[in-house]
Design a binder for this molecule. Structure first.
Ligand code: COI
Length: 350
């Protein structure tokens, strides 16, 4: 792989006040697709891309991305299930008519990039280096067609908590009118258009004082799908439930990890259709004691308030519940190499 090092290294931001993806490391990885093949990947100084105004992805949204993290604990660097992200990226690629990438090649290239940027990985306090692989179509023609040229790139950003409040339970608004995705659409692909489509309702929710929107199914507006950037879990009478992957829901890698960790602990997780009416009923009766979201960026994020039909329903006294806290500690412990990795999810880089 070709590597061109930067002449000027950036000053590091204050790792104690990072927020989410506001700063980017010194180098990035770029790999282009042309003449029917992915070319050799290249590590180069982080910098702007030059884009023709007719770049097709800017017009028709043929683009996908992934999100994963590198962790550092006592100088030891780990990645969590990185292969799964690139396997999922190929599923998204297929749905968006983008040529598949060579999973081993991009994984090895990522490892080289992370080793080069090791001092950009913040240590402790829930901090990590967020890794953003993405692919976008780069044809310079405006006919609506799948492109013949693409760019794959990986950029890196040291991050703290996704939500400004950290682990403080979030306020989520149930959206009964707008939908994120429908069966047969692109909901289960990690494509850029899904996120654009979510902004309008997200902004309305934020204006009302909520953090994000809870999406319901597109045909009946009755069943929970996912929340903004997270998959959802509910704990009712000690049983854990999460919406089944019906085709319009992102198959989260953190979601899958949560299911496996809970199951291994002897807590049964049911993947099923979850009626929002029953969720509201469970909160009101006190039977539903915890709700939390899972995601690479959000990790395990408790939901303290659900805005539903004009009322704010408070879950578990607006405190992080026992199961969510256990899962957060277990997952983050495994991710940064402190807790035993029974599933073989962690890749050690040094
Ligand atoms: C992630 O958790 O990596 C995501 O993709 C969410 C992102 C849109 C911030």
């Amino acid at each position: 792989m070709k590597t061109t090092l930067t002449k000027i290294k950036k000053e590091k931001p204050d790792f104690g006040a990072l927020g989410f993806c506001k700063y980017f490391s010194d180098h990035m990885l770029v790999m282009d697709y042309k003449n029917g093949a992915w070319q050799e990947p290249e590590i180069m100084p982080y910098g702007a891309f030059e884009l023709n105004p007719a770049t097709s992805s800017l017009h028709y949204g043929q683009g996908i991305f992934e999100g994963l993290k590198a962790y550092k604990n006592n100088g030891k660097v780990t990645l969590f299930r990185p292969r799964d992200n690139f396997v999922r990226m190929n599923k998204s690629a297929n749905r968006l008519c983008i040529p598949e990438i060579d999973v081993d090649l991009v994984l090895n290239s990522l490892i080289e990039l992370i080793k080069l940027e090791e001092d950009w990985i913040p240590e402790g306090g829930g901090r990590s280096l967020y890794i953003r692989p993405f692919i976008f179509a780069t044809d310079n023609v405006l006919g609506v067609a799948s492109a013949s040229n693409y760019r794959f790139a990986i950029i890196l950003s040291p991050v703290g908590s996704y939500y400004a409040g950290g682990l403080k339970p979030t306020r989520i608004l149930v959206e009964e009118h707008f939908v994120r995705a429908s069966i047969g659409g692109t909901g289960e692909a990690k494509c850029i258009g899904n996120y654009a489509a979510s902004l309008f309702a997200g902004n309305l929710a934020k204006a009302k004082g909520y953090d994000q929107v809870m999406w319901l199914d597109s045909s009946e507006h009755l069943f929970v799908e996912e929340v903004g950037s997270m998959n959802m879990f509910f704990v009712e009478k000690g049983k854990v439930k999460t919406p089944s992957l019906v085709g319009s829901i992102l198959p989260g890698i953190t979601r899958d990890s949560a299911i496996k960790l809970l199951t291994a602990k002897g807590i049964k997780v049911e993947e099923t259709r979850i009626s929002i009416k029953k969720v509201a009923k469970g909160i009101n009766s006190g039977a539903l004691t915890e709700a939390f979201g899972t995601g690479t960026a959000a990790v395990i994020s408790p939901v303290g308030t659900l805005g539903y039909q004009g009322k704010d329903l408070v879950i578990g006294n607006n405190e992080m519940g026992e199961i969510s806290s256990w899962l957060y500690d277990e997952l983050t412990g495994i991710q940064c190499g402190i807790k035993e990795d029974k599933f073989g999810w962690v890749m050690h880089l040094n």
